[in-house]
Design a protein around this ligand. Structure first.
Ligand SMILES: [Ca+2]
Length: 430
């Protein structure tokens, strides 16, 4: 018995050794998620100072900062918020809308500039009386941040005319405030990229006089990048999107990629091309379609129930091939929609073989036979941005609605969840 036990130990030991050696050869990192904050109310986005302080938004409350030492300060609230150093009386939340993206200027240490995306009633003007007119309800603000990081001042509204959905419509998830996009990221050359949503208005994504269903590329004052190639509002970089909540830039070449949540079919990750068309066109009476409820075909032809994703996709495709300027997605989730909504490229050698891959948060609750998807996936995108080499689940050991992803201090990936948490996901070489 003794010798048998000993030989078993030897076998186990050598298997263990070889699996470690294999892992080391592959440089697969050890990944651990640690809870940084909990009990928040719909935390949406984060932005980090070079010193490791974290600004974060809560959709219906406002902007706060968690200092590196763990203390938090409520900085800029929504209308009716309490305990914030100051507040915007015009800012409100409703449905999916509210305070969403936050970003710091790349020269933040010098200019103390912070950008913030929110819903505002300030520019409604004579619009917003029905769902079928221009309704300026989402804005991008610019602030100066105090040295203590406790206060902001000098608010300037640099984009005032991003569309908003004011009223309920006859759609699934059809309440007011649907599809606002809301992610802001500073890209190459110090320009701001802003994702917007189609706000359940059929004509939005393909009408380039309107800032809905597009990605903007603008400077810190809200002016168009001089090279934007769009035929339309020159602030637009790409159009034909559904609801851009994920945007980041590939470290190897600076190319912008979006992650989009499909309408029960075809989540997409797409390499953007200047002036390109994402191919989403939920307008009624186009491409062989007839009239749709509230002139929006985004959930047709059978909007209330689950159905074969391919049938729905054929009716209103996420990337309609009838467009000559279509940006073909690198990935479409095998035709499913599980709620791809935020994205960040993994930076740092601590990520081992995953360094340079795109991480995306998936929020799917499982519907109509679609497998659920409460996870973070890592995407190995082909160099030309036209296809996906592999997709693997990040082993974070939990299922959550991952709403916001962002690289933070120590090359860790930070994640906000709809459940109210902020996680720090660390990767280390064994
Ligand atoms: Ca598309």
């Amino acid at each position: 018995m003794k010798s048998k036990f000993f030989s078993m130990l030897l076998v186990t030991g050598s298997m263990l050794f070889s699996s470690v050696a294999f892992a080391a050869g592959m440089d697969v990192p050890n990944i651990k998620a640690k809870q940084v904050m909990s009990g928040l109310e719909n935390p949406w986005d984060m932005a980090f100072t070079s010193g490791g302080d974290m600004f974060y938004t809560e959709k219906c409350k406002g902007l706060s900062v968690r200092l590196k030492n763990g203390k938090t300060h409520a900085v800029y609230g929504m209308s009716g918020s309490k305990g914030y150093a100051s507040a915007g009386k015009d800012l409100f939340c409703e449905g999916q809308a509210g305070m969403l993206g936050v970003e710091l200027d790349r020269d933040f240490n010098k200019n103390r500039t912070l950008y913030l995306y929110s819903t505002s009633k300030k520019y409604h003007g004579s619009g917003c009386k029905t769902n079928f007119e221009k309704c300026d309800g989402n804005i991008v603000m610019k602030f100066k941040v105090s040295k203590s990081l406790k206060k902001v001042s000098n608010r300037t509204d640099i984009v005032k005319d991003i569309q908003y959905k004011p009223f309920k419509s006859n759609q699934p998830f059809g309440g007011p405030g649907a599809h606002n996009g809301g992610r802001i990221r500073m890209g190459p050359g110090g320009y701001l990229w802003v994702g917007t949503g189609d706000r359940h208005r059929g004509l939005c994504p393909q009408d380039n006089s309107l800032l809905c269903g597009v990605v903007l590329r603008i400077d810190g004052d809200g002016n168009a990048h001089p090279d934007n190639a769009i035929d339309g509002d020159k602030r637009i970089y790409t159009y034909g999107h559904r609801n851009v909540q994920g945007i980041d830039f590939r470290p190897s070449d600076g190319r912008a990629f979006t992650a989009e949540h499909g309408p029960w079919h075809n989540d997409e990750i797409t390499a953007l091309s200047n002036g390109g068309n994402g191919g989403w066109d939920p307008h009624e009476k186009r491409a062989g379609r007839s009239a749709c409820p509230d002139k929006y075909c985004g959930y047709e032809p059978n909007q209330k129930d689950g159905m074969i994703p391919a049938v729905r996709a054929a009716y209103t495709p996420m990337s309609d091939t009838r467009f000559d300027d279509l940006m073909t997605p690198a990935w479409n989730n095998n035709g499913y929609s599980q709620g791809t909504g935020s994205a960040a490229f993994l930076k740092g050698s601590n990520w081992g073989i995953y360094e340079g891959r795109l991480a995306a948060g998936i929020m799917g609750i499982a519907f109509g036979g679609t497998p659920g998807g409460l996870r973070i996936d890592m995407y190995d995108i082909a160099a030309d941005g036209m296809s996906m080499k592999s997709v693997v689940h990040m082993p974070v050991g939990m299922e959550k609605r991952f709403r916001g992803l962002r690289m933070g201090p120590g090359n860790a990936l930070y994640a906000t969840t709809d459940e109210g948490d902020v996680f720090r996901i660390e990767a280390s070489n064994r």
